[in-house]
Design a protein around this ligand. Structure first.
Ligand code: XMP
Length: 520
Protein backbone atom coordinates (compact mmCIF):
# COMPACT_ATOMS: atom_id res chain seq x y z
CA UNK A 1 0.00 0.00 0.00
CA UNK A 2 2.10 2.95 -1.13
CA UNK A 3 -0.21 5.97 -1.01
CA UNK A 4 -1.99 6.51 2.26
CA UNK A 5 -4.03 9.27 3.85
CA UNK A 6 -4.56 9.01 7.59
CA UNK A 7 -7.74 10.33 9.18
CA UNK A 8 -7.19 11.14 12.83
CA UNK A 9 -10.35 10.59 14.82
CA UNK A 10 -11.28 13.09 17.51
CA UNK A 11 -14.70 11.56 18.11
CA UNK A 12 -16.42 13.05 15.07
CA UNK A 13 -19.67 11.43 13.98
CA UNK A 14 -18.78 11.77 10.30
CA UNK A 15 -15.37 10.08 10.32
CA UNK A 16 -16.57 7.14 8.21
CA UNK A 17 -18.02 9.59 5.70
CA UNK A 18 -14.67 11.33 5.41
CA UNK A 19 -13.06 7.96 4.71
CA UNK A 20 -15.70 7.19 2.09
CA UNK A 21 -15.17 10.48 0.31
CA UNK A 22 -11.40 10.06 0.25
CA UNK A 23 -11.74 6.56 -1.14
CA UNK A 24 -14.15 7.87 -3.75
CA UNK A 25 -11.19 9.92 -4.94
CA UNK A 26 -9.40 6.57 -5.42
CA UNK A 27 -7.07 7.31 -2.55
CA UNK A 28 -6.58 4.72 0.16
CA UNK A 29 -7.13 5.98 3.71
CA UNK A 30 -7.50 4.68 7.22
CA UNK A 31 -9.02 6.13 10.36
CA UNK A 32 -6.72 6.08 13.38
CA UNK A 33 -7.22 7.20 16.96
CA UNK A 34 -5.91 10.56 18.17
CA UNK A 35 -3.93 8.51 20.73
CA UNK A 36 -1.75 7.00 17.97
CA UNK A 37 1.85 7.97 18.77
CA UNK A 38 3.47 10.49 16.45
CA UNK A 39 6.24 8.00 15.82
CA UNK A 40 3.73 5.52 14.40
CA UNK A 41 2.26 8.19 12.12
CA UNK A 42 5.73 9.11 10.88
CA UNK A 43 6.56 5.45 10.28
CA UNK A 44 3.47 5.00 8.11
CA UNK A 45 4.55 7.99 5.99
CA UNK A 46 1.08 9.15 4.90
CA UNK A 47 0.80 11.55 1.96
CA UNK A 48 -1.72 13.56 3.96
CA UNK A 49 -3.52 13.78 7.28
CA UNK A 50 -7.13 14.77 7.92
CA UNK A 51 -8.30 15.73 11.41
CA UNK A 52 -11.96 14.92 12.06
CA UNK A 53 -14.51 16.98 13.95
CA UNK A 54 -15.52 16.14 17.47
CA UNK A 55 -17.91 17.26 20.18
CA UNK A 56 -15.31 18.80 22.50
CA UNK A 57 -13.76 22.18 23.12
CA UNK A 58 -10.00 22.62 22.72
CA UNK A 59 -9.86 24.39 26.08
CA UNK A 60 -11.19 21.41 28.01
CA UNK A 61 -8.12 19.60 29.40
CA UNK A 62 -9.91 16.26 28.97
CA UNK A 63 -10.46 16.84 25.24
CA UNK A 64 -8.74 14.67 22.67
CA UNK A 65 -5.71 16.48 21.39
CA UNK A 66 -2.65 16.22 19.16
CA UNK A 67 0.93 17.39 19.66
CA UNK A 68 1.92 20.62 17.88
CA UNK A 69 4.67 18.61 16.11
CA UNK A 70 1.96 16.91 14.08
CA UNK A 71 1.81 20.12 12.07
CA UNK A 72 5.52 20.27 11.34
CA UNK A 73 6.09 16.75 9.99
CA UNK A 74 6.12 18.17 6.47
CA UNK A 75 2.91 16.21 5.77
CA UNK A 76 -0.11 18.21 4.52
CA UNK A 77 -2.90 18.45 7.11
CA UNK A 78 -6.57 19.30 6.66
CA UNK A 79 -8.45 20.08 9.86
CA UNK A 80 -12.24 19.77 9.81
CA UNK A 81 -14.46 21.47 12.43
CA UNK A 82 -12.93 20.52 15.81
CA UNK A 83 -9.81 19.50 13.84
CA UNK A 84 -9.60 23.04 12.45
CA UNK A 85 -9.92 24.60 15.90
CA UNK A 86 -7.27 22.25 17.24
CA UNK A 87 -4.90 23.31 14.46
CA UNK A 88 -5.52 27.00 15.23
CA UNK A 89 -5.16 26.50 18.99
CA UNK A 90 -1.99 24.38 18.83
CA UNK A 91 -0.28 26.82 16.48
CA UNK A 92 -1.02 29.92 18.54
CA UNK A 93 -4.32 31.16 17.07
CA UNK A 94 -7.36 32.10 19.12
CA UNK A 95 -10.42 29.90 19.56
CA UNK A 96 -13.52 31.36 21.20
CA UNK A 97 -16.92 30.09 22.30
CA UNK A 98 -19.84 31.75 20.53
CA UNK A 99 -22.97 32.70 22.48
CA UNK A 100 -25.04 30.68 20.00
CA UNK A 101 -24.11 27.67 17.92
CA UNK A 102 -24.00 27.82 14.15
CA UNK A 103 -25.81 24.73 12.95
CA UNK A 104 -27.16 23.48 9.65
CA UNK A 105 -27.04 24.78 6.09
CA UNK A 106 -24.78 27.81 6.00
CA UNK A 107 -23.65 30.04 3.15
CA UNK A 108 -19.88 30.47 3.16
CA UNK A 109 -18.15 33.32 1.36
CA UNK A 110 -14.86 32.23 -0.19
CA UNK A 111 -12.27 34.99 0.36
CA UNK A 112 -9.40 33.24 -1.40
CA UNK A 113 -10.54 31.63 -4.66
CA UNK A 114 -6.84 31.03 -5.39
CA UNK A 115 -6.63 28.59 -2.45
CA UNK A 116 -5.54 25.13 -3.55
CA UNK A 117 -8.60 23.54 -1.96
CA UNK A 118 -11.14 26.02 -3.35
CA UNK A 119 -10.23 25.77 -7.05
CA UNK A 120 -13.45 25.92 -9.09
CA UNK A 121 -15.62 26.39 -5.98
CA UNK A 122 -18.36 29.08 -6.17
CA UNK A 123 -17.61 32.32 -4.31
CA UNK A 124 -20.80 31.80 -2.28
CA UNK A 125 -21.12 28.12 -1.46
CA UNK A 126 -23.57 26.14 0.64
CA UNK A 127 -22.02 24.16 3.50
CA UNK A 128 -23.03 22.23 6.60
CA UNK A 129 -21.96 23.69 9.94
CA UNK A 130 -22.24 22.26 13.41
CA UNK A 131 -20.19 24.17 15.98
CA UNK A 132 -20.20 26.48 18.98
CA UNK A 133 -16.48 27.24 19.28
CA UNK A 134 -14.90 29.12 16.41
CA UNK A 135 -11.51 30.40 15.30
CA UNK A 136 -11.38 34.08 16.26
CA UNK A 137 -7.81 34.75 15.12
CA UNK A 138 -5.61 32.63 12.86
CA UNK A 139 -2.07 31.59 13.86
CA UNK A 140 0.92 33.41 12.46
CA UNK A 141 1.65 32.53 8.86
CA UNK A 142 -2.01 31.70 8.14
CA UNK A 143 -4.54 33.62 6.08
CA UNK A 144 -8.32 33.58 6.26
CA UNK A 145 -9.70 31.92 3.14
CA UNK A 146 -13.45 31.94 3.87
CA UNK A 147 -15.98 33.40 6.33
CA UNK A 148 -19.70 33.38 7.14
CA UNK A 149 -21.98 35.99 8.72
CA UNK A 150 -21.29 34.54 12.16
CA UNK A 151 -17.89 32.96 11.73
CA UNK A 152 -14.89 35.15 10.88
CA UNK A 153 -12.76 32.13 9.96
CA UNK A 154 -14.79 29.53 8.08
CA UNK A 155 -11.51 28.41 6.48
CA UNK A 156 -7.83 29.23 6.90
CA UNK A 157 -4.55 28.02 5.47
CA UNK A 158 -0.80 28.19 5.56
CA UNK A 159 0.06 27.37 2.00
CA UNK A 160 3.81 27.07 2.57
CA UNK A 161 3.41 24.47 5.25
CA UNK A 162 0.42 22.85 3.48
CA UNK A 163 -1.86 23.29 6.49
CA UNK A 164 -5.56 23.75 5.69
CA UNK A 165 -8.59 24.07 7.91
CA UNK A 166 -12.33 24.32 7.36
CA UNK A 167 -14.94 24.98 10.03
CA UNK A 168 -17.71 23.32 8.01
CA UNK A 169 -18.03 19.65 7.06
CA UNK A 170 -16.93 19.05 3.45
CA UNK A 171 -17.67 15.32 3.81
CA UNK A 172 -21.46 15.58 4.22
CA UNK A 173 -23.60 15.83 1.12
CA UNK A 174 -25.24 19.07 2.36
CA UNK A 175 -21.93 20.79 1.63
CA UNK A 176 -22.55 21.20 -2.09
CA UNK A 177 -18.94 21.45 -3.19
CA UNK A 178 -17.37 19.49 -0.34
CA UNK A 179 -16.20 16.54 -2.39
CA UNK A 180 -14.46 18.95 -4.76
CA UNK A 181 -12.56 20.45 -1.81
CA UNK A 182 -11.54 17.05 -0.42
CA UNK A 183 -10.48 15.98 -3.89
CA UNK A 184 -8.32 19.11 -4.21
CA UNK A 185 -6.75 18.34 -0.83
CA UNK A 186 -5.87 14.70 -1.41
CA UNK A 187 -4.92 14.99 -5.09
CA UNK A 188 -3.50 18.52 -5.50
CA UNK A 189 -2.16 19.36 -2.04
CA UNK A 190 -1.09 15.88 -0.91
CA UNK A 191 -0.14 14.82 -4.44
CA UNK A 192 -1.85 11.44 -4.31
CA UNK A 193 -2.14 9.73 -7.68
CA UNK A 194 -5.82 8.83 -7.26
CA UNK A 195 -5.18 5.41 -8.74
CA UNK A 196 -6.16 3.19 -5.83
CA UNK A 197 -8.63 0.60 -7.01
CA UNK A 198 -10.18 -2.56 -5.74
CA UNK A 199 -8.03 -4.60 -8.09
CA UNK A 200 -4.91 -3.13 -6.53
CA UNK A 201 -6.40 -3.72 -3.10
CA UNK A 202 -6.93 -7.39 -3.93
CA UNK A 203 -3.46 -7.73 -5.43
CA UNK A 204 -1.71 -6.01 -2.51
CA UNK A 205 -3.72 -7.89 0.08
CA UNK A 206 -2.99 -11.25 -1.51
CA UNK A 207 0.72 -10.41 -1.49
CA UNK A 208 0.63 -9.22 2.12
CA UNK A 209 -1.30 -12.30 3.25
CA UNK A 210 1.24 -14.53 1.56
CA UNK A 211 4.09 -12.73 3.31
CA UNK A 212 2.45 -12.81 6.70
CA UNK A 213 1.22 -16.39 6.61
CA UNK A 214 4.25 -18.00 4.96
CA UNK A 215 4.00 -21.80 5.19
CA UNK A 216 1.43 -21.72 7.98
CA UNK A 217 -2.15 -22.90 7.75
CA UNK A 218 -5.30 -20.87 8.38
CA UNK A 219 -8.84 -21.84 9.45
CA UNK A 220 -11.88 -19.80 8.46
CA UNK A 221 -15.54 -20.22 9.35
CA UNK A 222 -17.50 -19.76 6.15
CA UNK A 223 -21.13 -18.77 6.58
CA UNK A 224 -22.18 -18.24 2.98
CA UNK A 225 -22.54 -14.51 3.62
CA UNK A 226 -20.64 -11.92 1.59
CA UNK A 227 -17.91 -11.07 4.10
CA UNK A 228 -16.65 -14.54 4.95
CA UNK A 229 -16.95 -15.57 1.29
CA UNK A 230 -14.77 -12.70 0.09
CA UNK A 231 -12.28 -13.35 2.90
CA UNK A 232 -12.12 -17.00 1.79
CA UNK A 233 -11.59 -16.00 -1.84
CA UNK A 234 -8.70 -13.66 -0.96
CA UNK A 235 -7.05 -16.22 1.30
CA UNK A 236 -7.48 -18.95 -1.28
CA UNK A 237 -5.72 -16.82 -3.88
CA UNK A 238 -2.96 -16.13 -1.38
CA UNK A 239 -2.28 -19.53 0.18
CA UNK A 240 -4.42 -22.13 -1.65
CA UNK A 241 -4.61 -25.42 0.20
CA UNK A 242 -3.12 -23.94 3.38
CA UNK A 243 -6.62 -22.51 3.89
CA UNK A 244 -9.14 -24.69 5.74
CA UNK A 245 -12.70 -23.44 5.34
CA UNK A 246 -15.34 -24.83 7.62
CA UNK A 247 -18.93 -24.34 6.56
CA UNK A 248 -21.33 -25.20 9.36
CA UNK A 249 -24.74 -25.96 7.88
CA UNK A 250 -27.14 -25.45 10.77
CA UNK A 251 -30.13 -26.42 8.68
CA UNK A 252 -31.59 -22.92 8.98
CA UNK A 253 -30.34 -21.60 5.66
CA UNK A 254 -32.57 -20.54 2.80
CA UNK A 255 -33.58 -23.14 0.23
CA UNK A 256 -30.56 -24.72 -1.51
CA UNK A 257 -28.18 -22.17 0.03
CA UNK A 258 -25.95 -24.78 1.63
CA UNK A 259 -25.50 -26.49 -1.72
CA UNK A 260 -24.77 -23.18 -3.43
CA UNK A 261 -22.01 -22.42 -0.94
CA UNK A 262 -20.57 -25.87 -1.48
CA UNK A 263 -20.76 -25.53 -5.26
CA UNK A 264 -18.68 -22.35 -5.13
CA UNK A 265 -16.17 -23.19 -2.41
CA UNK A 266 -16.27 -27.00 -2.29
CA UNK A 267 -14.28 -29.51 -4.36
CA UNK A 268 -14.57 -28.78 -8.05
CA UNK A 269 -15.65 -25.23 -7.24
CA UNK A 270 -13.96 -21.98 -8.11
CA UNK A 271 -11.32 -21.85 -5.42
CA UNK A 272 -8.27 -23.81 -4.40
CA UNK A 273 -8.70 -24.55 -0.68
CA UNK A 274 -9.63 -27.24 1.83
CA UNK A 275 -13.39 -27.21 2.31
CA UNK A 276 -15.34 -29.01 5.00
CA UNK A 277 -19.12 -28.86 5.15
CA UNK A 278 -20.45 -29.93 8.51
CA UNK A 279 -24.04 -31.06 8.21
CA UNK A 280 -25.00 -30.20 11.74
CA UNK A 281 -28.73 -29.88 11.15
CA UNK A 282 -29.65 -32.63 13.60
CA UNK A 283 -27.42 -31.29 16.30
CA UNK A 284 -29.04 -27.87 16.04
CA UNK A 285 -32.58 -29.26 15.82
CA UNK A 286 -32.01 -31.50 18.85
CA UNK A 287 -30.77 -28.60 20.94
CA UNK A 288 -33.59 -26.35 19.74
CA UNK A 289 -36.29 -28.84 20.64
CA UNK A 290 -38.80 -27.30 23.05
CA UNK A 291 -37.35 -23.79 22.69
CA UNK A 292 -39.92 -21.25 21.59
CA UNK A 293 -38.70 -17.96 23.02
CA UNK A 294 -36.81 -15.83 20.44
CA UNK A 295 -33.89 -15.02 22.69
CA UNK A 296 -33.50 -18.60 23.95
CA UNK A 297 -33.46 -19.81 20.36
CA UNK A 298 -30.76 -17.26 19.50
CA UNK A 299 -28.76 -18.37 22.56
CA UNK A 300 -28.97 -22.05 21.64
CA UNK A 301 -27.89 -21.40 18.04
CA UNK A 302 -25.13 -19.08 19.28
CA UNK A 303 -23.90 -21.77 21.68
CA UNK A 304 -24.08 -24.78 19.35
CA UNK A 305 -22.27 -23.03 16.51
CA UNK A 306 -18.87 -22.70 18.28
CA UNK A 307 -19.21 -26.26 19.56
CA UNK A 308 -19.60 -27.60 16.03
CA UNK A 309 -16.93 -25.31 14.61
CA UNK A 310 -14.72 -26.12 17.60
CA UNK A 311 -14.95 -29.85 16.89
CA UNK A 312 -13.65 -29.20 13.38
CA UNK A 313 -10.94 -26.88 14.66
CA UNK A 314 -9.69 -29.63 17.01
CA UNK A 315 -9.07 -31.82 13.97
CA UNK A 316 -6.52 -29.37 12.63
CA UNK A 317 -4.74 -28.78 15.93
CA UNK A 318 -1.03 -28.69 15.27
CA UNK A 319 -1.62 -27.96 11.57
CA UNK A 320 -3.32 -24.58 11.73
CA UNK A 321 -1.69 -21.51 13.22
CA UNK A 322 -4.07 -18.66 12.33
CA UNK A 323 -7.80 -18.06 12.42
CA UNK A 324 -9.24 -15.73 9.81
CA UNK A 325 -12.47 -13.81 9.94
CA UNK A 326 -14.43 -11.55 7.62
CA UNK A 327 -14.53 -8.49 9.86
CA UNK A 328 -15.30 -5.38 7.82
CA UNK A 329 -14.70 -1.71 8.55
CA UNK A 330 -18.04 -0.82 10.13
CA UNK A 331 -17.45 -3.71 12.58
CA UNK A 332 -14.10 -2.21 13.53
CA UNK A 333 -14.86 1.47 13.91
CA UNK A 334 -16.87 2.32 16.97
CA UNK A 335 -19.71 4.79 16.62
CA UNK A 336 -18.17 8.24 17.20
CA UNK A 337 -17.72 8.57 20.92
CA UNK A 338 -14.26 10.02 20.90
CA UNK A 339 -12.62 6.94 22.32
CA UNK A 340 -9.99 5.02 20.46
CA UNK A 341 -11.49 3.58 17.30
CA UNK A 342 -9.35 0.56 16.99
CA UNK A 343 -11.45 -1.85 19.00
CA UNK A 344 -12.90 -5.10 17.76
CA UNK A 345 -16.47 -5.68 18.89
CA UNK A 346 -16.26 -9.12 20.41
CA UNK A 347 -12.96 -9.76 22.08
CA UNK A 348 -14.08 -12.92 23.88
CA UNK A 349 -14.50 -14.62 20.55
CA UNK A 350 -11.99 -14.99 17.73
CA UNK A 351 -13.30 -15.87 14.29
CA UNK A 352 -16.26 -17.71 15.82
CA UNK A 353 -14.26 -19.70 18.39
CA UNK A 354 -14.17 -19.03 22.14
CA UNK A 355 -10.83 -17.58 23.17
CA UNK A 356 -10.26 -20.44 25.66
CA UNK A 357 -10.44 -22.96 22.82
CA UNK A 358 -8.20 -20.80 20.63
CA UNK A 359 -5.59 -20.93 23.39
CA UNK A 360 -6.10 -24.65 23.98
CA UNK A 361 -5.55 -25.39 20.30
CA UNK A 362 -2.48 -23.17 20.17
CA UNK A 363 -3.86 -20.88 17.47
CA UNK A 364 -2.61 -17.32 17.25
CA UNK A 365 -4.92 -15.08 19.28
CA UNK A 366 -4.86 -12.29 16.76
CA UNK A 367 -7.14 -13.12 13.85
CA UNK A 368 -6.29 -12.47 10.22
CA UNK A 369 -8.84 -9.98 8.90
CA UNK A 370 -8.17 -9.15 5.26
CA UNK A 371 -11.32 -6.99 4.89
CA UNK A 372 -10.83 -5.01 8.07
CA UNK A 373 -10.46 -1.73 6.22
CA UNK A 374 -13.26 -2.07 3.70
CA UNK A 375 -16.82 -0.81 3.57
CA UNK A 376 -19.53 -3.25 2.52
CA UNK A 377 -19.78 -2.05 -1.07
CA UNK A 378 -16.00 -2.22 -1.36
CA UNK A 379 -16.10 -5.81 -0.09
CA UNK A 380 -18.62 -6.55 -2.83
CA UNK A 381 -16.34 -5.03 -5.46
CA UNK A 382 -13.43 -7.20 -4.29
CA UNK A 383 -15.72 -10.22 -4.39
CA UNK A 384 -16.66 -9.54 -8.01
CA UNK A 385 -13.01 -8.84 -8.81
CA UNK A 386 -12.12 -12.32 -7.49
CA UNK A 387 -14.84 -13.98 -9.54
CA UNK A 388 -17.43 -14.73 -6.86
CA UNK A 389 -20.84 -14.91 -8.61
CA UNK A 390 -22.92 -11.72 -8.43
CA UNK A 391 -25.86 -13.59 -6.83
CA UNK A 392 -23.70 -14.28 -3.79
CA UNK A 393 -21.95 -10.92 -3.75
CA UNK A 394 -25.26 -9.02 -3.77
CA UNK A 395 -27.04 -11.39 -1.44
CA UNK A 396 -29.35 -9.53 0.95
CA UNK A 397 -28.42 -9.55 4.65
CA UNK A 398 -29.36 -12.78 6.39
CA UNK A 399 -29.35 -13.10 10.18
CA UNK A 400 -26.82 -15.41 11.83
CA UNK A 401 -29.55 -17.58 13.42
CA UNK A 402 -31.09 -17.85 9.95
CA UNK A 403 -34.62 -19.12 9.59
CA UNK A 404 -34.56 -19.76 13.33
CA UNK A 405 -35.79 -16.19 13.82
CA UNK A 406 -38.28 -16.45 10.97
CA UNK A 407 -40.29 -19.28 12.51
CA UNK A 408 -42.43 -18.12 15.37
CA UNK A 409 -42.30 -20.56 18.25
CA UNK A 410 -40.61 -23.93 18.23
CA UNK A 411 -38.43 -24.85 15.27
CA UNK A 412 -38.98 -28.21 13.61
CA UNK A 413 -37.53 -29.61 10.38
CA UNK A 414 -41.04 -29.63 8.88
CA UNK A 415 -41.52 -25.92 9.63
CA UNK A 416 -38.10 -25.11 8.20
CA UNK A 417 -39.07 -26.88 5.00
CA UNK A 418 -42.30 -24.85 4.78
CA UNK A 419 -40.57 -21.50 5.29
CA UNK A 420 -37.79 -22.40 2.85
CA UNK A 421 -40.29 -23.23 0.11
CA UNK A 422 -42.49 -20.18 0.73
CA UNK A 423 -39.45 -17.90 0.89
CA UNK A 424 -38.11 -19.34 -2.36
CA UNK A 425 -41.41 -18.63 -4.13
CA UNK A 426 -41.61 -15.09 -2.73
CA UNK A 427 -38.06 -14.24 -3.82
CA UNK A 428 -38.60 -15.84 -7.21
CA UNK A 429 -41.79 -13.86 -7.88
CA UNK A 430 -40.30 -10.55 -6.70
CA UNK A 431 -37.33 -11.14 -8.93
CA UNK A 432 -39.45 -12.02 -11.95
CA UNK A 433 -41.56 -8.91 -11.36
CA UNK A 434 -38.37 -6.83 -11.18
CA UNK A 435 -39.24 -5.29 -7.82
CA UNK A 436 -36.47 -6.87 -5.72
CA UNK A 437 -33.63 -4.47 -6.52
CA UNK A 438 -34.87 -1.59 -4.35
CA UNK A 439 -35.76 -3.68 -1.34
CA UNK A 440 -33.60 -3.68 1.80
CA UNK A 441 -34.70 -7.10 2.92
CA UNK A 442 -37.52 -9.43 1.87
CA UNK A 443 -38.44 -12.88 3.02
CA UNK A 444 -41.15 -15.27 4.11
CA UNK A 445 -41.64 -16.18 7.75
CA UNK A 446 -43.87 -18.73 9.40
CA UNK A 447 -46.41 -17.64 11.98
CA UNK A 448 -47.67 -20.05 14.61
CA UNK A 449 -51.25 -19.26 13.67
CA UNK A 450 -53.47 -22.03 12.40
CA UNK A 451 -56.72 -21.16 10.70
CA UNK A 452 -59.51 -22.79 8.82
CA UNK A 453 -59.68 -22.89 5.04
CA UNK A 454 -61.19 -24.92 2.20
CA UNK A 455 -59.35 -26.68 -0.58
CA UNK A 456 -61.60 -28.46 -3.05
CA UNK A 457 -64.16 -30.26 -0.94
CA UNK A 458 -61.92 -30.39 2.09
CA UNK A 459 -61.79 -28.23 5.12
CA UNK A 460 -58.17 -27.41 6.01
CA UNK A 461 -56.60 -26.28 9.24
CA UNK A 462 -53.21 -24.99 8.16
CA UNK A 463 -50.44 -22.58 9.00
CA UNK A 464 -50.21 -18.93 7.94
CA UNK A 465 -47.11 -17.73 6.09
CA UNK A 466 -46.13 -14.09 6.57
CA UNK A 467 -44.48 -12.23 3.70
CA UNK A 468 -42.31 -9.26 4.59
CA UNK A 469 -40.50 -6.79 2.34
CA UNK A 470 -38.98 -3.61 3.72
CA UNK A 471 -37.32 -0.48 2.43
CA UNK A 472 -34.39 0.55 4.61
CA UNK A 473 -31.00 2.10 4.22
CA UNK A 474 -29.60 1.59 7.71
CA UNK A 475 -31.66 -1.34 9.05
CA UNK A 476 -32.36 0.75 12.16
CA UNK A 477 -35.60 2.06 10.69
CA UNK A 478 -37.62 0.52 7.90
CA UNK A 479 -40.97 0.72 6.20
CA UNK A 480 -42.99 -1.95 4.49
CA UNK A 481 -42.59 -1.86 0.72
CA UNK A 482 -45.65 -1.43 -1.49
CA UNK A 483 -45.45 -4.62 -3.50
CA UNK A 484 -47.89 -4.57 -6.44
CA UNK A 485 -51.11 -6.36 -5.56
CA UNK A 486 -50.86 -8.68 -8.55
CA UNK A 487 -47.41 -9.84 -7.46
CA UNK A 488 -48.63 -10.54 -3.93
CA UNK A 489 -51.59 -12.44 -5.34
CA UNK A 490 -49.32 -14.61 -7.46
CA UNK A 491 -47.18 -15.36 -4.40
CA UNK A 492 -50.29 -16.27 -2.40
CA UNK A 493 -51.55 -18.63 -5.10
CA UNK A 494 -48.24 -20.36 -5.57
CA UNK A 495 -47.47 -20.71 -1.86
CA UNK A 496 -50.86 -22.22 -1.05
CA UNK A 497 -50.76 -24.54 -4.05
CA UNK A 498 -47.13 -25.58 -3.79
CA UNK A 499 -46.37 -25.65 -0.07
CA UNK A 500 -48.19 -28.35 1.86
CA UNK A 501 -49.46 -27.34 5.29
CA UNK A 502 -50.05 -23.67 4.40
CA UNK A 503 -53.56 -22.35 3.80
CA UNK A 504 -53.20 -18.62 4.41
CA UNK A 505 -50.74 -15.92 3.32
CA UNK A 506 -50.43 -12.56 5.11
CA UNK A 507 -48.42 -9.50 4.11
CA UNK A 508 -46.79 -7.64 7.01
CA UNK A 509 -47.20 -3.85 6.70
CA UNK A 510 -45.57 -2.95 10.02
CA UNK A 511 -42.82 -0.29 9.99
CA UNK A 512 -39.74 -0.35 12.21
CA UNK A 513 -40.23 1.06 14.79
CA UNK A 514 -42.54 -0.10 16.26
CA UNK A 515 -41.89 -3.48 14.62
CA UNK A 516 -38.54 -5.08 13.89
CA UNK A 517 -37.49 -6.31 10.47
CA UNK A 518 -37.35 -9.94 11.53
CA UNK A 519 -40.45 -11.34 13.18
CA UNK A 520 -38.57 -12.47 16.26
P1 XMP B 1 -34.34 -6.35 13.36
O1 XMP B 1 -35.16 -7.59 13.27
O2 XMP B 1 -33.74 -6.15 14.71
O3 XMP B 1 -33.11 -6.58 12.37
O4 XMP B 1 -35.05 -5.13 12.86
C1 XMP B 1 -32.17 -5.63 11.94
C2 XMP B 1 -31.16 -6.33 11.06
O5 XMP B 1 -30.43 -7.28 11.83
C3 XMP B 1 -30.64 -8.60 11.35
N1 XMP B 1 -30.80 -9.46 12.51
C4 XMP B 1 -29.85 -10.30 12.96
N2 XMP B 1 -28.61 -10.56 12.48
N3 XMP B 1 -28.28 -12.10 14.24
C5 XMP B 1 -27.85 -11.49 13.12
O6 XMP B 1 -26.72 -11.76 12.68
C6 XMP B 1 -29.50 -11.89 14.79
O7 XMP B 1 -29.87 -12.49 15.80
C7 XMP B 1 -30.33 -10.94 14.09
N4 XMP B 1 -31.58 -10.46 14.33
C8 XMP B 1 -31.83 -9.55 13.34
C9 XMP B 1 -31.88 -8.53 10.49
O8 XMP B 1 -31.89 -9.53 9.49
C10 XMP B 1 -31.80 -7.13 9.94
O9 XMP B 1 -30.93 -7.08 8.83
Amino acid sequence: MNELVLIIDFGGQYKQLIARRVRECNVYCEIISYTTPLEEIRRRAPKGIILTGGPNSVYDPASPTAPAELFSLGIPVLGICYGSQLMAYKLGGDVKTAPVSEYGHTQVAIDAPDSAIFGGVSLETLTWMSHTDYIAAVPEGFRVTAHTDHCPVAAMENENQKLYAVQFHPEVSHTKEGTKMLRHFVLDVCGCGGDWEMSSFAENTIRELREKIGDNHVILGLSGGVDSSVAAALLSRAIGKQLHCVFVDHGLMRKDEGDEVEAIFGPGGMFDLNFTRVNAQERFFMQLMGESDPESKRKVIGAVFPQVFGDEARKVKGVVRYIAQGTIYPDVVESGDGKTSDVIKSHHNVGGLPIALVRELGFDEKPIEPLRMLFKDEVRKVGLELGIPAELVYRQPFPGPGLGVRIIGEITPAKVKIVQEADFIFRDELHKAGVDADLGQYFAALSNMRSVGVMGDHRTYGLAVVLRAVLTSDFMTAEAAEIPWSVLQRCMNRIINEVPGVNRVLYDITSKPPGTIELE
